[in-house]
Structure formats: C-alpha cells, structure tokens
Design a protein around this ligand. Structure first.
Ligand code: SRM
Ligand code: SF4
Length: 571
C-alpha cells in the first residue's frame, strides 16, 4: 500500500493528555499488572484507568449507592464493565452457556447486556475476577480486545437472516476487517492470559504507537435493511449485489452522533458518500481510511477528533483522494441503493438456506429474569439444545439462527413457557435506550430504566388517536454522547439532568436524517404534553402512510437537518 503522509493536514498544537497516556503506555501495558496486585483498592490507578479500556473494560461504580458509600467514607463500589468483541454479532450456543454461567456466578448484577453494536457486556466484575473472565473468554474463542477507546471497535453488519447467503459473506468481511484493524500489541495476552512476553518488539503498523485520535466505528449494511444504523459509523460499507452475488461496496465516511449540550463546535452527522469499490479492495480501503484519520485526526481536542470533524476540516474530496492514494484504488460512482426499514424483523423467518431463524425481542437488551419474563433462563435452555448459533442484532435483540424445521416447536415452547413471544406494539419493538444509570459514569438522566414508562405513555397517546399500529422510532439517551442513537430517531430524548431531557424530532424512519431539537430541558410531563399535541396533529393532517419524522418536516414543525455542521444548531 502506498502511503502519502500529507503533513499539510496534520494538526499542530498541544496534544491532549490522552496522547501522552497512549504513547507512554508501552503498547497498552502501562502498569496494569502492578494494579492487579494492589489489594487496597478495587479500582485502577492513574493512566491504567484509561488503558484498561483498550482491553475492553471500563471502571465504573454503582451510582445508586455512590452517595451512601461516600457518607460512610467508603471507596465507591468499583467494578468493571467488560465489552466482548463479537464481529457481526455471532455467538455459538456453547459460548452462550459459558457467558451465561459467568454472569450469574461472578458479576454483581447477574445480567448480560446486549449492546446496540452487536455484542454483549458484563457489568459489575470485581478486579480480582478479571483474569478469570479473560481466560474464560479465551477458552471459548472470544476476547475483548479493542472494544473500547481509540481504536476500531466491534465491526457490525446486517443480521437480517432473510438474506442469509449474502449475510454470510458480509459477516466474513466484518470478521476480517475486525482482525485487520485490531491492535497488534501482545499486551492483552501477557496481562490477562499470563502469556510470556515474547522478545520481538511491538509494532502497530496500522494504528501507530499512539493509536487513533479517537474511537472509530465500522459497519457493513445490506440494503434495504438499515438495521445497523449506518450513519452512526465512521466508516460504512453498503453491500452491493447482483443476481444475489456480492460485487462490492459503496463506501461512506464520517457518520457519528455525539454532541455536547450547547456546544456548537460539536454536531452529529450522517456519513458522506465516497464511491464504490470491488469486494477485494475492502481491507486496503479500510486501512487507508483508518490511517488517514490516524494522521489527520485532531489530537489536540477530543471533542473535535472524530472522523466527521476531520472530513469537515480538510474537505471530502481531499480526504477521498488521500484514501485513493493510500489504497491504490479509484472510487467508482456510487451504485444505486435504497433503504426501506430499520430495526429487526421479529418471529420466525425462513432463510435462503432453508433453515429457520427466530428473532426474539429483548427489552433494552437486558438479559435478566423477572416475574413476567425469564429471558435469561429461556436463552440458556435453548442454548442447551440448539445446534445453530445465536446472532446479536444492532438493536439489542437476539436471533436464534439456523434452526431445522423439526426443531422449531421445541424452541418456541421454551420461549413461550418463559413468558416471551407475546405480541407487542411496533413502537415498543423499535424503541431503544442506552444503559445510563446506575452503571454509566456519564449519565445525566435515566434511559434504560425509564424507557418502559415512556413507551407505556406514548402507547396510550397513540391509542387515543388511533395510531397504535403505526411504526414510530422512539429512543432515549441518558446524555448527549448519543449511545442510544436518539439523533437518528423520529422522536429522540437526550438527558440533561435527572428527570429532564431535550426533545428532538424529525429524524426519518429509515435512519438517514438527523433529528432537530424541538424543546429544551423538558420534564417528563412536558415531554408527554408535547407528544400529545404532535401525535394529534400527525393523526389529523398526515398524508396516507406518512411517517411521523417526515410529517413534522413537511408540516413545518421543525426544519430538516440537511448539513448538520450548518443547520443542526439553528433554531
Ligand atoms: Fe457509547 C461512552 C454504552 C453505543 C457514543 N458508551 C459510553 C460508555 C462506555 C461510558 C463511558 O465512557 O464511561 C457507556 C457505558 C455504559 C454502561 O454502563 O454500559 C456506553 N455505548 C454504550 C452502549 C452499551 C449503549 C447500549 O445501550 O447499547 C453501546 C455499546 C456499543 C458497543 O458494543 O460497542 C454504545 N456509544 C454508542 C453509540 C451508538 C453506536 O455506536 O451505534 C454511540 C453514538 C455513535 C457515535 O459514536 O457517534 C456512542 N459512547 C459514545 C460516546 C461519545 C463519543 C464521541 O464521539 O464523543 C461516549 C463517550 C466517549 O467516548 O467519550 C460513549
Ligand atoms: Fe452513558 Fe451517555 Fe452513553 Fe447513555 S449516552 S450510555 S448515559 S455515555
């Protein structure tokens, strides 16, 4: 690969302290090993707090009991969240049984959390159990390398089983991209798996010894299902097929959703189209995009460091040309594509392979048993008899994949007995919230725990206006970092402080338009009052079949966000 380090676009200035942490870390080792032996605290010290993230873990404390512990002069209840690397979201039934057992026996909360990037998290692992969990994952062929911090994260891809032949191919590419862009340091194996340090010096040919300026996200999507929310990703590949054969990818760059309340130097963005590439160029193009962002991304301000800001600063054509040079490709014109749907398709569908796939709705992706639904138990029972695999979706749900016709009934019965498979509204099926309290240190308002309340209230409003059967994308995010992807929703809430949210509307149903702020700093009652009037007008004035997000724009309630860098903040 040709590398043209066009220094003109390097940002000069005082680097953030994160840059020092990375470069001085000895390829992500830091003094994590020493901290593991430190029995005085349940947490990590100094730089190690950030470095463990490269190994897929976040130090957290339970915010519900933070004050109480501080009053008792106790250390916060530190425990780690671990995010597994699972490209394309595929996990075997055997692997599931192991992770289920670990969650039950060794985590403070006893749950597994499916994330909206096709993987799972354990919350509440004590420091003393960290090596155990990594060794357990390693024994079943899994790891958590590079699922957090300034690297390419878990690569996601369309999980819709209807298109299983293409899906399989695309899934293989998701795995290859993940492997290709993974940190090459042996630090993970040495620290967590007790592997001996080998004498060769470390080298990070793609990421560099200071890794990327910021987190980096990649997806592959198979139209017409935008089930991965492609515009939340730095680098997106849209699979193009002819006669059911994969011929290449449209490449899109610079999606992302995080903002800071009131900070107009931050904005969300849909990704820009670069062009089409044949299948065999996907790895070199991925590498070229990542290395361009590595070299040109802003390392002096983390709020301005993601790919979309680099693209905005240097210009789309300049970035594109650099990628063409580095990858030795020429982007062809974008192949026509369109999306019709987001979210998951629930229930049984027959794949092209004549096997059956059952998509199960998991409220908020939380694998937990309660008095109504025993999801955790049901999944472990299915895992005991299932011969195919499980696929996690980018909407926090799970697919029991590759079931033979004769085995369908048994699996269905298990879910039925454990209180699942009941019919739910489309609003509920499509809704999403981020984790937020009590584990997320950045949460400003409730999200996951408040979602059922909001859904119930909105269902009542929809019922009143005879709109309950309608598809409506509603999402809640506990802070403006945007994990719940509210800015790609038709109705999105973003937490401001406990019990208060900004209300955004006007994203579209297929997830290709950013939503716009409609009301600021609202209480829950104010939000519901706004939604009552908006849904009433929608029910009265909409064109036949018109989605809520399109309606509020056509009717002039909010302006469409076209170029978010210009018009996201304009009132
Ligand atoms: Fe996220 C940070 C949870 C998807 C943007 N995110 C966090 C942390 C780790 C908080 C922290 O830094 O200490 C949250 C952990 C909460 C907890 O207790 O588990 C967290 N993010 C999540 C998950 C679990 C939400 C979920 O309910 O599914 C998702 C995990 C995905 C995964 O498996 O990798 C998750 N996060 C997202 C998304 C959506 C997406 O990627 O499709 C976004 C917006 C898209 C984007 O990146 O622009 C997102 N998370 C962020 C940000 C803002 C980054 C930025 O650009 O400024 C942060 C904060 C940060 O990195 O500084 C963050
Ligand atoms: Fe935490 Fe904010 Fe992400 Fe929600 S959006 S999980 S509150 S960082």
């Amino acid at each position: 690969m040709k590398e043209n380090k066009n220094k003109k676009f390097y940002i000069k200035g005082k680097l953030t302290d994160f840059e020092r942490i990375k470069t001085q870390s000895n390829y992500l080792r830091g003094t994590i090993n020493e901290d593991l032996k430190d029995g005085i605290t349940n947490g990590f010290n100094g730089d190690n707090f950030s470095l463990i993230r490269f190994h897929g873990m976040y130090q957290q404390d339970d915010r519900d009991i933070r004050l109480e512990r501080s009053e008792q002069k106790l250390e916060p209840r530190y425990a780690m969240m671990l995010r597994c690397r699972l490209p394309g979201g595929v996990i075997t039934a055997k692997q599931w049984l192991k992770i289920d057992k670990f969650a039950t026996k060794k985590t403070l909360y006893g749950t597994i959390r499916l994330t909206n990037r096709q993987t799972f998290q354990f919350h509440g692992i004590l420091k003393k159990d960290l090596k155990f969990v990594h060794k357990m994952l390693n024994s079943i062929g899994l790891d958590s390398i590079g699922t957090a911090n300034d690297v390419n994260r878990n690569v996601i891809c369309t999980s819709n089983p209807l298109v299983s032949e293409l899906h399989h191919e695309v899934y293989e590419w998701a795995k290859k991209i993940s492997e290709h862009l993974l940190p090459k340091t042996k630090a993970y194996a040495e620290i967590w798996l007790d592997k001996k340090k080998i004498s060769t010096t470390d080298n990070e040919p793609i990421l560099s010894s200071s890794y990327l300026p910021r987190k980096f996200k990649t997806c592959i999507v198979i139209p017409p299902y935008n089930d991965v929310d492609l515009h939340a990703n730095d680098m997106s590949f849209i699979a193009i097929s002819e006669k059911k054969r994969l011929i290449g990818f449209n490449v899109l760059i610079g999606g992302g959703l995080s903002i800071e309340h009131g900070n107009k130097k931050t904005w969300p963005s849909c990704a820009s189209e670069f062009g089409f590439i044949p299948v065999d160029k996907i790895l070199s193009v991925s590498e070229a995009i990542v290395t361009t962002q590595r070299d040109w991304g802003n390392r002096t301000d983390r709020k301005n460091a993601k790919t979309r800001y680099t693209l905005h600063r240097v210009g789309r054509e300049v970035f594109k040309k650099e990628v063409e040079k580095r990858a030795n490709v020429t982007f062809k014109n974008i192949y026509p594509y369109y999306f019709t749907k987001r979210g998951d398709r629930f229930g049984w569908v027959e794949g092209i392979d004549q096997k059956w796939h059952l998509t199960i709705f998991v409220p908020n992706g939380r694998i937990i048993d309660d008095s109504n639904q025993k999801i955790k138990l049901a999944l472990s029972k299915v895992a005991e008899i299932h011969k195919g695999d499980f696929r996690l979706t980018a909407n926090q749900n799970i697919i029991i994949s590759g079931v033979k016709e004769q085995d369908k009934k048994e699996i269905e019965n298990i879910f039925f007995i454990h209180g699942m498979l009941s019919s739910i509204t489309k609003l509920r099926q499509n809704a999403m919230a981020c984790v937020s309290f009590p584990t997320c240190p950045l949460a400003m308002a409730e999200a996951e725990r408040k979602l059922p309340f909001f859904i119930m209230q909105i269902e009542n409003i929809l019922l009143k206006y005879n709109m309950l059967q309608e598809n409506l994308i509603f999402r809640v995010t506990g802070c403006p970092n945007g994990c719940g992807r509210s800015l790609l929703a038709e109705i999105g809430l973003i937490g401001k402080s406990p019990g208060r949210y900004n209300l955004y509307i006007g994203g579209n149903y297929i997830g290709t338009r950013i939503a716009k702020m409609y009301a600021e700093n609202c209480t829950e009652k104010e939000i519901l009052d706004h939604l009552k009037s908006l849904i009433k007008i929608w029910s009265e004035e909409r064109h036949n079949g018109e989605h809520f997000g399109d309606f509020v724009i056509r009717f002039g309630i909010v302006k469409a966000v076209i170029d978010a860098s210009n018009d996201f903040w304009i009132k």
